[in-house]
Ligand binder design. Structure first.
Ligand SMILES: Cc1cc2nc3c(=O)[nH]c(=O)nc-3n(C[C@H](O)[C@H](O)[C@H](O)COP(=O)(O)OP(=O)(O)OC[C@H]3O[C@@H](n4cnc5c(N)ncnc54)[C@H](O)[C@@H]3O)c2cc1C
Ligand code: SF4
Ligand code: SF4
Length: 496
C-alpha cells in the first residue's frame, strides 16, 4: 500500500525502480491497481476537498496504463472533481480510451493475503453488493494539509490562519494575507494544482512590483557574457543531444534506433543521450562536446523550442559560442505524446525532424543580437473585473494603460452579480475598483470602443480603435503600446 506521492516517484525515471511500475516489496509488475480517493479529507477533521487528487489519480492511472498496457485499474471515488480546463476531457479519455474503471464507493476494509501479499479490498459496489477484490498495489490519494510549521510561520510573519490551518485570505483578495505587504501564493493558502500555483505566483509578483514601483530597475546589473570563442564556423561539426525527458520521450521513441540513424547523417560528429537535457549539468556536457569533438553547432532533440530554446541559447552564450548555433527539435510534444500508440511512426518522424534540424543548423551563421526599444504602454481589451484588476496593477507599477470597453461602462458581467457564496459584495468591489481606475492618472478608459486593427510585434504594437458614441460620428484613435492583454469573456448561452 503506497501513497500518491510514492506512486508518482515509482513511475519516475529517477525513482527507485528506474520508472518501472513494480510492487516494491517483491519487484513484481502488478496486474491490478486500486486507487482510494479522499483519504484523510472531506471528513470531520479535514472537511474540505484537496482539489488536486481526483486528477492526479487519473494522471497516475494513465501513466500506469502506459507503463503496463494490460494492467487493470480501479479508482474508488466519492465523486469526481474534474473542474479545470481540459480536465473533464482527460477524465473521459481515462474511462473510454484507457479503460480505467471509476467506482463510486468508499472501501471499508483492506487486508493482506499472507501468501500472495495481495491486498483484499472490501467495498460495496454501485449496485449494492458487498465485494471482496484482490489488488497487487493500492494507492491512497492522501489529503493535503497545512504543514506543521505553518502555525510557527504565521506567528513570525504576524499573519492570520484560517480554521484549516492555511493562510487566511478573502475571495476578492486571494493573494493578500491579513498583513499589508505580505502576500501568499500556491498551496500555502489552500490545496492547489500547478497551473493555479503558477498563476498565483505571477499575481503576487505583480502585487509586490506595484508596492516597489518607485524602486523599479534600481538594482539591475547587466549580465556579462564571456568573449566568443575562436570557432571555425565554416566547416560544420554538429553535435546532437537526445533527451529522454525521464522516459516521456524514450517510452515511445526508439532511442537506440534514433542514435544509429543520426550517426549516419553527414557532419554529425557526436550524439549524446541525456535523461534530462534541461538539468544544470548539461552545460558541462556541451563544453565536453566542444573540446572533445571540436563541435561548432548543436541540435537538441527534446521538447518545445518555445520553452527550452532560450535555455540552450543562453548556455551557448555562457560558454562563449554564438547563440544562433543551436536548433531545438520537439520530440516530446510532436512525437512521443501525439503518436503515443505508434512507436514506429513516432521514431520515423523523430528521424525526419532531426534530419531537418541538422540540415538547417548546417547553414546557421553567427548572429549579432540587437535590442529594440519597448513601449511601456499596455492596451487592455475589455472592461470587466479581470481587465480592471490588471489595469490598476499595471498603472500602480508605473505603466500607462489604455482600457478599451465596447459597452458604455466598466464592469462587464460583474455588474449583474450581486452576491457570492461566501457573502462578499461584488457591487462594492466594482464600485471601489471603478473609482480607483477613474482617479488613476496612468489609466485612460475608452468606452463604446473596439479594436479594429493591430500591427507590430512584441514591445511595439500599433492598434486602431474605433470609438462609437451614440448619435455622434465615429472617432478613430491610433494607440501605440508594448503589450496587449485580451480578457473578454464569451457571452452566456441563451439556453441557460
Ligand atoms: C502526489 C501529488 C501529485 C500531484 N500531481 C499534480 C499534477 O499532476 N498536476 C498538478 O497540477 N498538480 C499536482 N500536484 C500538486 C502540486 O504538487 C502543487 O500544486 C504544487 O507543487 C504547489 O507548489 P507550491 O510552490 O505552492 O508548494 P511546494 O511545491 O510545496 O513548494 C514549497 C517550498 O517551500 C519550502 N518551504 C516550506 N517551508 C519553508 C520555510 N519556512 N522557509 C523556506 N522554505 C520553506 C518547501 O521545502 C518547498 O520547497 C500534486 C501533488 C502531489 C502531492
Ligand atoms: S480532489 Fe477528489 S480525491 Fe481529492 S479530496 Fe477532492 S474529491 Fe477527494
Ligand atoms: S529539455 Fe525538455 S524534454 Fe528534456 S528533460 Fe527538459 S523538459 Fe524534458
Amino acid at each position: 500500500m503506497i501513497t500518491s506521492l510514492q506512486s508518482e516517484r515509482i513511475m519516475t525515471k529517477s525513482g527507485p525502480s528506474g520508472g518501472r511500475l513494480v510492487r516494491l516489496s517483491d519487484d513484481k509488475e502488478p496486474e491490478k491497481i486500486g486507487f482510494i480517493q479522499c483519504v484523510g479529507t472531506r471528513n470531520k477533521e479535514h472537511n474540505y476537498c484537496s482539489t488536486v487528487c481526483c486528477m492526479h489519480a487519473t494522471k497516475e492511472a494513465i501513466l500506469a496504463k502506459e507503463n503496463l498496457p494490460e494492467i487493470e485499474i480501479k479508482i474508488f471515488t466519492l465523486d469526481m472533481r474534474a473542474y479545470g480546463k481540459g480536465f473533464e476531457e482527460l477524465y473521459q479519455k481515462a474511462k473510454n480510451v484507457y479503460r480505467i474503471d471509476y467506482v463510486r464507493s468508499r472501501p471499508s476494509f483492506i487486508e493482506e493475503d499472507p501468501e500472495t501479499k495481495d491486498l483484499i479490498v472490501t467495498y460495496v459496489s454501485e449496485n449494492g453488493k458487498l465485494v471482496k477484490e484482490n489488488f497487487q498495489v493500492i494507492v491512497l490519494s492522501m489529503e493535503f494539509i497545512a504543514p506543521k510549521t505553518t502555525k510557527r510561520d504565521s506567528q513570525i510573519y504576524e499573519i492570520e490562519l484560517n480554521e484549516h490551518g492555511f493562510i487566511e485570505t478573502t475571495d476578492f483578495k486571494p493573494l493578500n494575507t491579513s498583513r499589508d505587504g505580505i502576500f501568499v501564493c500556491g498551496s500555502f493558502s489552500e490545496p492547489k494544482d500547478i497551473p493555479d500555483s503558477i498563476t498565483e505566483g505571477s499575481g503576487t509578483s505583480a502585487l509586490a512590483s506595484a508596492l516597489l514601483a518607485d524602486q523599479k530597475g534600481s538594482l539591475i546589473e547587466k549580465k556579462r557574457y564571456p568573449a566568443q570563442m575562436e570557432i571555425d564556423y565554416e566547416n560544420p561539426r554538429i553535435g546532437v543531444i537526445l533527451c529522454h525527458c525521464g522516459n516521456e520521450i524514450s517510452k515511445v521513441v526508439k532511442m537506440a534506433e534514433l542514435v544509429k540513424f543520426i550517426r549516419t547523417i553527414s557532419d554529425v560528429v557526436v550524439v549524446e543521450n541525456e535523461f534530462y537535457a534541461c538539468s544544470p549539468q548539461i552545460e558541462k556536457k556541451i563544453e565536453y562536446m566542444i573540446t572533445q569533438y571540436n563541435m561548432n553547432r548543436l541540435v537538441v532533440a527534446a521538447c518545445s523550442p518555445r520553452t527550452h530554446a532560450p535555455l540552450f541559447k543562453e548556455i551557448l552564450r555562457d560558454i562563449g559560442i554564438n547563440h544562433n548555433m543551436v536548433g531545438v527539435v520537439n520530440l516530446r510534444e510532436q512525437c512521443s505524446w501525439v503518436h503515443y500508440s505508434s512507436p514506429y511512426k513516432a521514431t520515423q518522424k523523430a528521424m525526419s525532424l532531426i534530419q531537418m534540424a541538422v540540415a538547417k543548423i548546417k547553414k546557421a551563421k553567427p548572429l549579432l543580437e540587437n535590442y529594440a526599444g519597448i513601449n511601456p504602454r499596455a492596451l487592455i481589451i475589455g472592461g470587466g473585473i479581470a481587465e480592471m484588476v490588471v489595469a490598476l496593477n499595471l498603472a500602480e507599477q508605473g505603466h500607462p494603460v489604455t482600457l478599451i470597453e465596447k459597452g458604455h461602462d466598466l464592469g462587464g458581467h460583474l455588474k449583474k452579480i450581486v452576491f457570492t457564496l461566501s457573502g462578499d459584495d461584488p457591487q462594492k468591489l466594482l464600485f471601489n475598483l471603478r473609482e480607483k481606475i477613474i482617479s488613476n492618472t496612468n489609466i485612460e478608459v475608452l468606452v463604446n470602443s473596439e479594436v479594429t486593427d493591430v500591427k507590430g510585434y512584441v514591445g511595439n504594437f500599433q492598434s486602431k480603435v474605433v470609438i462609437k458614441k451614440p448619435g455622434e460620428k465615429e472617432d478613430i484613435r491610433k494607440i501605440i503600446h508594448g503589450v496587449t492583454i485580451i480578457a473578454t469573456m464569451p457571452i452566456l448561452s441563451d439556453s441557460i
